[in-house]
Design a protein around this ligand. Structure first.
Ligand SMILES: *Cc1c(COP(=O)(O)O)cnc(C)c1O
Length: 382
């Protein structure tokens, strides 16, 4: 298909996965709640741990939205991470961004370290980090952009070039950006990992993760990991996530609009010490963000420079931002990384990457933005 004829993101999100229903005319696919399949069926299904029509439909939707040849869905984002790491062997070295997702850090430190997989953390916004990459002989290079919770933006195309020069595949955790705003495979990454639990599902009612790739070899490894490690999602969660994907584009537009408005308010109208949002001109990697993302996404991180006690009281006063883990749902949420998502990261490690006790992360929902701003402004003044 030529570039002109290529369907848009929204069309692909809504019209992918209409096969399997030709016998009934149903516009929406059913949920195949079955653990097993009769032998010899035309699609080759045998047992849901190694494949189910709902997985296959979601795989196709996600691969087309990510601009990748293949996608494999897993029971959660962490299952998707496990699938990738399970391809490594003792003695392998992973070079990762130091501001990595807390559960990824924990998985390497407390599980895979026992199996002899080594991990080295670097600051990938520092060009010097890229120079020494080949000497470390990495089996994988692992980054996120934007990172959690400091929203560092890493130049994916630049790191892909450096990783390939070092003979290593690049994996990008694309969860914070979403498939709508950023497509790592098109930027040169070998694997794009997405916690579909967040923006793709968008309604905080299911857990699913996916690994996308153009490599047939990686795809085979992911299918193997899904069944051999028991990392498969549930058919119902896949169905809910596919429904979510149909509205991802319009939700993301509103998330971006609301988050930019809240970030601008915090920066201009409050005494916050520092506000991070990729599409604020004050963001240190603003230019890179503008180049590789089509919007700033829905997360705003703020350092209020207050004491731990004051910060906690501020959070408790918020009306529309319940304190909860996770992000990317239609409802706004608020998180205190030091005591929640990054509680498993040692305090010195945490503070070295900027996760102080006065840091607050907002997942900005799609509510009326004036209400969100009034809520935050009021809780700050009280
Ligand atoms: C939430 C999250 C994950 C893990 O996804 P789950 O679906 O919760 O297992 C991985 N990476 C990032 C950046 C996340 O925000």
């Amino acid at each position: 298909m030529s570039e002109e004829e290529k369907e848009g993101f929204e069309t692909r999100a809504i019209h992918s996965g209409r096969d399997f229903v030709s016998e009934t005319g149903a516009v929406t696919p059913p949920v195949w709640l079955t653990s097993t399949f009769e032998y010899g069926n035309p699609n080759g299904f045998d047992y849901t741990r190694s494949g189910n029509p709902n997985f296959r439909l979601l795989d196709r939707t996600i691969s087309t939205l990510e601009g990748a040849e293949f996608a494999t869905c897993f029971g959660s984002g962490v299952s998707a991470i496990t699938a990738i790491v399970s391809t490594l062997k003792s003695g392998d070295v992973v070079v990762a961004e130091e501001n990595i997702y807390g559960c990824t850090f924990r998985l390497f430190a407390q599980v895979f370290a026992k199996f002899g997989v080594e991990i080295v953390y670097l600051d990938f916004t520092d060009p010097a980090s890229l120079e020494g990459l080949a000497e470390r002989n990495p089996a994988l290079v692992w980054i996120e952009s934007p990172t959690n919770p400091n929203l560092k933006i890493i130049d994916i195309a630049l790191v892909a070039g450096a990783a390939h020069a070092a003979g290593a595949p690049l994996i990008v955790d694309n969860t914070f950006a979403s498939s709508y705003l950023q497509r790592p495979i098109e930027l040169g990454a070998d694997l794009s990992l997405v916690s579909l639990t967040k923006y793709t599902n968008g309604h905080s009612d299911a857990l699913v993760g996916a690994v996308c790739t153009n490599s047939e070899e990686w795809q085979q490894k992911m299918i193997f990991a899904q069944k051999a490690l028991g990392l498969q999602p549930s058919p119902m969660d896949c169905w809910l996530t596919m429904r979510g994907a149909k509205t991802e584009a319009i939700r993301m537009e509103r998330h971006c609009e609301n988050a930019l408005a809240l970030a601008t308010f915090l920066e201009e109208k409050t005494d916050a010490v520092r506000v991070w949002y990729p599409f604020l001109p004050s963001h240190p990697q603003y230019e890179i963000a503008k180049r590789q993302m089509s919007g700033g996404s829905g997360i705003v991180t703020v350092d209020f420079g207050r004491s731990l006690e004051d910060t906690m009281q501020f959070i408790d006063r918020l009306q529309y931002f319940p304190k909860a883990e996770s992000l990317g749902g239609i409802e706004s949420l608020c998180c205190h990384p030091a005591s929640m998502t990054h509680a498993s990261v040692p305090k010195e490690t945490r503070e070295a990457v900027g996760i102080t006790d006065s840091l607050v992360r907002f997942s900005v929902g799609i509510e009326t933005v004036e209400d969100l701003i009034r809520d935050v402004g009021g809780a700050l003044q009280a």
